[in-house]
Design a protein around this ligand. Structure first.
Ligand code: FES
Ligand SMILES: [Fe+2]
Length: 358
């Protein structure tokens, strides 16, 4: 059975990646073409021409106004995926239509619904408002992962690995040594994992970006919306500096770390990452440093998870893992994702494209 949860919204791209040109990306095993209409809105449809399957994201396929012209023999489709012109005849086969996908652009992401279109309205898209909000500056990127999405979920839900895998960047001994609390909101399907360190080493990621010299209060509050949106609310401040009683926090530095975990295939993943901060907003040097540091950290995870994928792919199913307290959040996430996968699998997937009749 597939491990990919259907009938869900997934991040397909950053809005900046899609413009007045054809753009292809595989999401949950489906090859999808994205482009912007002349009015600026994004449209998504199957990336396989109904004629002979040529990828419409491949040159010389191109846009003409609000249509896309296949680069092989010229089948032309409108923004809804309907074929409006074919070469050598005036009659366009009635069934010549690409599967189209519901799309929403929000919080700097382009979201696409994978599943049965008529269910898209009933599934809420989780928010990451900082990425596109006044008062925050964001750096972001995407790294391809040659590993299944569940390995990235495990990785992000248990940050004790920062101490070992990311030592010298974001890891310090206190992360692995401080116990976590885990809560699951079953109704909302959200997993919360918190680790509050009262007196910790300040790793370079925060020392250089905030300018704090010395030990810190460091809070990590994870909020995971299975199957795909992960938020880490991070607060750092000099030791002893806490939020005011009214909840305001002028002495704290806040970083919102966002990951969108999008399966590309069963065994590969698009690892979207973003770091939004509420300090040094105009400081390009801080932006460059955080972009480079976070990318380095993400690539450390990529190397580790690609290795794990090779291990899992080469071993028979049924290996009994050993889990401990630090895994509580990851196990809760797995349980919710398994339930979502079972619910999503009740529907038979549509074929990615409808073949045209002659
Ligand atoms: S494959 Fe697209 S027009 Fe022939
Ligand atoms: Fe990591």
């Amino acid at each position: 059975m597939t491990s990919i949860v259907r009938n869900q919204w997934y991040v397909a791209a950053y809005g900046r990646e899609i413009g007045r040109d054809v753009f292809g990306r595989t999401i949950c095993g489906e090859s999808i073409l994205f482009w912007r209409r002349e009015d600026g809105t994004v449209t998504a449809m199957s990336d396989r021409c109904v004629h002979r399957r040529f990828p419409l994201s491949e040159k010389p396929s191109h846009l003409v106004g609000d249509t896309v012209v296949c680069g092989y023999h010229g089948f032309t489709y409108d923004a809804d995926g309907k074929c409006v012109a074919v070469p050598g005849q005036t009659r366009v086969p009635r069934t010549a239509r690409l599967k189209s996908y519901p799309v929403v652009e929000q919080d700097s992401f382009v979201w696409v619904f994978i599943g049965d279109d008529d269910r898209s309205d009933s599934v809420t898209i989780p928010r990451a408002p900082w990425l596109d909000a006044e008062g925050y500056t964001t750096v972001s990127g995407m790294e391809p992962l040659a590993a299944r999405a569940s390995l990235l979920v495990d990785n992000l839900m248990d940050l004790s690995h920062e101490t070992y895998l990311h030592g010298g960047y974001i890891g310090t001994p206190e992360v692995a040594n401080t116990p976590i609390t885990t809560e699951v909101d079953e109704a909302a399907q959200v997993v919360y994992v918190s680790r509050h360190m009262d007196d910790a080493d300040c790793p370079p990621f925060y020392a250089k970006s905030t300018g704090i010299d010395g030990r810190i209060v460091r809070w990590q509050d994870i909020e995971f919306h299975p199957p795909c949106l992960y938020l880490l609310h991070s607060r750092v401040a000099p030791v002893g500096v806490l939020p005011d009683e009214d909840g305001s926090d002028p002495g704290g530095f806040h970083v919102e770390v966002v990951y969108a975990i999008t399966p590309e295939t069963e065994h590969s993943t698009h690892d979207f990452w973003a770091v939004a901060r509420d300090f040094a907003l105009e400081d390009e040097g801080v932006s460059d440093f955080l972009r480079e540091s976070n990318r380095t950290v993400v690539l450390q995870d990529v190397v580790a998870l690609d290795a794990l994928e090779r291990v899992l792919a080469g071993e028979p199913d049924g290996y009994q893992e050993l889990s401990i307290n630090i895994d509580t959040g990851g196990l809760a996430a797995r349980r919710i994702i398994a339930a979502q996968a079972a619910a999503g699998a009740e529907q038979v997937p549509d074929s990615p494209a409808t073949l045209a009749s002659q």
